[in-house]
Design a protein. Structure first.
Lengths: 226, 226
DNA sequence: TTTTTGCATTAATGATGTCTTAACCTTATT
DNA sequence: AATAAGGTTAAGACATCATTAATGCAAAAA
């Protein structure tokens, strides 16, 4: 497997150095940022597998950064772990609600941190996650940058939700995505929508791109097939 | 989606009650055990999605139980989180090495716990088990991601229950699964169905895949054999 | 600001496939 | 032969999804 990319974010250079050193020693590809704003921008560029976020930072704090990251479809599946002073129960809760996957207490003990990171990455391993340009080939292709879809050369412009749903499904053609997965990916984890919302969007896609591309697996979810 | 099953293990009845209550309130299906031995046995029966394990317990402690659970192929993919007194750094490390997915410090604050559980389950929901096709080889093979079954190259799409039943049986070819085990795995523990339900589904599988693959062990259960 | 437009969501209804049941049949075991 | 366990079948109950139209909302245009 490729090296996992970790984005380490803290405003204290000492911490960046100490932790960064230890992570690199473990074979991770480490990038660093010293505030939330910088972190979000860098994350968009490098698309890390895991983001370690200090909660307290100037410019933009960790929780705020976390929310922003979670809103980017590219980064929605990145793991996010908070680094925070212990006994900050409030931030602990808020952190998770903002979409974090773990919470790591300061002061950080490198060995503990490594164990924990391994556990986190172990979980998400095996999810290819289309970082790269999408498989064009068949009938339908996508240009994420331009937010455009091509069907037999014809250029289509889809609304946001439809587009994101399509991107998700087409990212792994043939694979079934459960409704829960779709909701988590396209809508986000804390958005609550009714039962029929996904169906309607699927229908729009079928209408615009052809029924045959989208297969329903009853009780499970949907998949895209060429 | 089905309710997630959580197995809660602690030797203090008060904890079981408090945490159990809160988890049920969140819509989880909760089972409890008060020591490691009991936990392992119960886990084999109900096949939980997540196991919350106290570290310090009589009879068999959490770490030992964790190791044993990880050795059962049925349970290999269950999430395991340790509950332990804070500042026990050693057990923290050892816990992860035993194959745990998270570490939750006591005293437990219900809201914190819930957040964390959600994060854990959210993660694993997006990873529907092994990324790659199962055992495969001759005759019949399965692709869980695509929800497809291949019989001599031919592609079949089975309904949910049939598919899940097949996945269970084929996960350990040759092994006999009792009716109870099948019910717990495929139907869930609180679902009550009649005596003939399993038979009917087995029959459908035999119809579609060939009689020879599914052997009945009278008075015991069924097994898949290549 | 007001109007307009288009998207996201919901609600209501209809269609379809899946699951379960019930009644009866078959087979092995004693 | 009697019994218990499972096999078979078809019909009805049930769950899930498809479809459509209407609503609310927010961004863009006037």
């Amino acid at each position: 497997m490729n090296k996992s990319k970790i984005l380490l974010v803290d405003d204290e250079p000492d911490i960046l150095e100490l932790i960064g050193y230890n992570l690199e020693k473990e074979g991770y590809e480490v990038h660093t940022a010293s505030n939330g704003r910088e972190a979000v921008n860098l994350a968009r560029k490098i698309v890390p597998d895991l983001i370690l976020l200090d909660v307290m930072m100037p410019e933009m704090d960790g929780m705020e950064a976390c929310r922003e990251i979670r809103e980017d479809p590219q980064l929605r599946h990145a793991l996010i772990a908070f680094l925070t002073a212990r006994n900050e129960d409030y931030s602990q809760i808020a952190g998770f609600d903002a979409g974090a996957d773990d919470y790591i207490p300061k002061p950080i003990k490198p060995r503990v941190l490594i164990s924990r990171i391994k556990a986190l990455l172990r979980r998400s391993a095996g999810v290819p996650e289309s970082t790269s340009p999408l498989p064009a080939q068949i009938g339908i292709s996508i240009d994420k940058e331009k937010y455009l879809v091509y069907k037999d050369g014809e250029e289509l412009s889809l609304p946001k939700k439809e587009f994101e749903l399509l991107v998700l499904l087409i990212s792994q053609p043939g694979r079934v995505f459960t409704r829960d997965h779709i909701l988590a990916s396209v809508w986000g984890n804390d958005v609550i929508v009714g039962d029929r919302t996904i169906d309607v969007h699927i229908r729009k896609l079928r209408e615009k791109l052809g029924d045959d591309y989208f297969k329903t697996i009853k009780g499970v979810g949907y998949k895209f097939e060429p």
